[in-house]
Design a protein. Sequence first.
Length: 146
Amino acid sequence: MPCYNNESHAYDVKLLRDEKTWHKLDVEKFAEALQNYDKDYTLPVCIGIDEYGEAHFKDLASAPHLLIGGTTGSGKSVFVRTLLRSLFDLCKGQDKMEVAILDPKKVDYRIFETKKTSTKSEFGTITMKCINSCLRAWKSRNAATR
């Protein structure tokens, strides 16, 4: 049950099971889960495994906005890397997405170095393209609601 944390002004979700009892999806099992993916999602993402060791997938296209939060060391970067790896592996050769990765520490997303833009100016151009796309969508939506 979520409980309000007055110190951080957020809700904490406490997991009732001891972490030692969790099934963890290691690199090999994750790769196997991606190979065994059999759904027809637009943007498939492996969200983890259940208590029986079964991998579960969701369609990121059904959730156009995503907020990932947590304390230091709680797995935010691990989750984002898992999400990106799912998308890159399961959407190969398809023109379904455009991804921009900024890794200021040059540590968390090194596994995607071959997919990353290499210069700051190139990243700036992509960022401006994304911002302009959002602005056009907002203007279009606002015009449609008038």
